[in-house]
Ligand binder design. Structure first.
Ligand SMILES: [Zn+2]
Length: 363
């Protein structure tokens, strides 16, 4: 009797103290296993006289059943705990995280630099643009030779009509086709060839002084090669005020490139022609790879052309609703692809949109 009670207390104490299924199994074997303490009692019953066997037998059986059910219960609890508990010692599972595209990285850097110089970032603008905003208002009238430089995706007249149908269904149903075509405001539709239309759109609804940058996607209808894509990005910059001049431009842009490439950059301004600026200039920086000695990137010239710029043409200011005798400004466009290619030594612009993970994963 006493021995049974002793074993029972001992077993229950051990079961309560066990904290994992493995140690619990050890306890089960110790008491209920083939040569466990309770099993041994049951076996020894055979040697007892019948009278004692009648008393001891059921008690030993009851003890075995009791311990067995306590162990089963405890095991259930331990397993539940194991599933719900956070095991901080387990090694972590690596989760593949997305990351920024090299163009996004560069664009963000460019924007951050201009923002720190008090430029406002103007988002978007329509990618489907009118002939008026893309060309005419920027001093590129029809038959102007500069239109040749902009290989343009024109939208077919059908598409134009469909669009009008969507935006003005009532008029479409009642009117005749020719009058609707002639009433398309701003002329034919196209995919914008540069972000400069945003100069006009912004001037129309804002008063100077201001300084803005406008990142956006542009399109050119041309054969692709290592340095040409049909679809690329520009960041347009426009600063207008009463006494904005080229030296403001020179300072800002020198500061910009020095910060972008994290070193002092030697620059060169070269007269050039763009219809929407007067005077117009090309902006060159000393080759960031060879430092001006000549290499394959700068085609041995030591210089890299990085942007077109100039003072906003009076006609453009007028188209934006300003009096050019009162206001002046400068404008330029910078290409994130070009900058990223220089910064990361990327040899082919088509890699940006190729979707090849071996390329993308390097950033
Ligand atoms: Zn070079």
């Amino acid at each position: 009797m006493d021995k049974n009670e002793e074993i029972r207390n001992e077993a229950i104490k051990e079961i309560n103290n066990s904290s994992d299924p493995a140690s619990l199994e050890g306890i089960r074997i110790k008491y209920l296993g083939r040569s466990g303490k309770v099993t041994m009692i049951l076996r020894s019953l055979a040697e007892l006289p019948l009278e004692q066997k009648k008393i001891m037998g059921p008690k030993a059986q009851a003890l075995r059943a009791e311990l067995d059910s306590i162990i089963v219960e405890k095991k259930k609890k331990l397993l539940e705990k194991k599933h719900s508990a956070l095991d901080v010692t387990r090694p972590g599972k690596k989760i593949g995280l997305g990351h920024l595209h090299p163009l996004s990285i560069v664009e963000k850097e460019i924007i951050d630099i201009f923002r720190s110089m008090s430029f406002s970032v103007i988002d978007g603008g329509p990618e489907v643009e009118t002939e008026h905003y893309n060309f005419d208002a920027l001093n590129i009238p029809e038959n102007h030779p500069a239109r040749e430089m902009h290989d343009t995706f024109w939208l077919s007249q059908n598409l134009t009509n469909n669009k009008r149908q969507m935006t003005n269904d009532k008029e479409f149903r009642k009117g005749d086709i020719s009058s609707r075509q002639s009433s398309v405001v701003g002329g034919r539709l196209l995919l914008r060839t540069h972000t400069s239309p945003m100069q006009i759109r912004y001037m129309e609804s804002h008063k100077p002084p201001f300084q803005i940058i406008v990142p956006g996607r542009v399109f050119r209808y041309e054969a692709t090669d290592a340095s040409h894509e049909i679809n690329f990005n520009q960041i347009e910059c426009l600063m207008v005020g009463k006494d904005v001049n080229l030296s403001n431009f020179k300072f800002i842009i020198e500061e910009f490139f020095s910060r972008l490439f994290k070193k002092s950059i030697t620059v060169r301004l070269r007269p050039s022609y763009f219809p929407f600026v007067e005077p117009g200039l090309e902006y060159l920086i000393q080759c960031v790879k060879c430092g001006g000695k000549g290499c394959n990137i700068c085609k041995n010239s030591g210089w890299l052309e990085v942007m077109g710029a100039g003072m906003v043409h009076p006609n453009v200011l007028r188209a934006g609703g300003y009096d050019p005798r009162e206001y002046q400004g400068f404008a330029f466009g910078v290409g994130p692809e070009r900058i990223a290619m220089l910064k990361y030594n990327i040899p082919d612009i088509r890699m940006f949109y190729g979707g090849d993970l071996r390329f993308i994963n390097q950033f």
